[in-house]
Design a protein around this ligand. Structure first.
Ligand code: AMP
Length: 147
């Protein structure tokens, strides 16, 4: 069995060259497409009623967040020398939800993410890696990264 579309979930400041290399090895073997996804961990504040807007102090410029995420992902991809064919995507939302949704809607058959050695099994529960593992419809590879 070979993979056709590998999604690498990239977080900052934890973005790991080691995780990308592992994914790239598999992509090379399988002649698979690779995509990078960074989720800007942000949920817009909700008002308590339809006509109640969040306090101005809570309002964040979503465009600015996306631009910052995009330039961080681009800098990371450039540092690793990834070609333009490796698609880059930046979205706002809850990381595990967006990773799973992207995978489901883009024909991803392997999600590759990092896993910190410092997380014991107990601490892993509730983490992004664990949530993706529980909700993904495809295979998930958690690559151990230095703590
Ligand atoms: P965590 O479970 O939070 O330690 O994260 C484990 C892995 O999930 C990270 O190494 C990334 O591969 C992925 N991940 C976590 N947060 C994000 C995010 N905001 N965007 C994309 N991937 C993420």
């Amino acid at each position: 069995m070979s993979y056709s579309h590998i999604l690498i979930a990239v977080d900052f400041p934890d973005a790991s060259a080691h995780v990308v290399r592992r994914a790239a090895d598999i992509a090379r073997q399988d002649a698979a497409t690779m995509s990078l996804l960074h989720v800007v961990d942000y949920l817009p504040p909700l008002g308590f009623a339809d006509d109640l807007l969040p306090a101005p102090a809570l309002l964040v410029d979503e465009k600015e967040l996306l631009e910052h995420g995009t330039s961080s992902l681009e800098a990371f991809a450039r540092k690793l020398g990834l070609p333009a064919e490796v698609r880059r995507h930046v979205v706002l939302g809850a990381p595990h939800q967006q990773i799973v949704e992207y995978a489901n809607t883009n024909g991803v058959d392997l999600i590759v993410l990092g896993s910190h050695g410092r997380h014991g099994l107990g601490r892993l529960l509730g983490s992004t890696a664990n949530a993706v593992l529980n909700h993904a419809a495809c295979d998930v590879l958690a690559v151990r990264i230095a703590a």
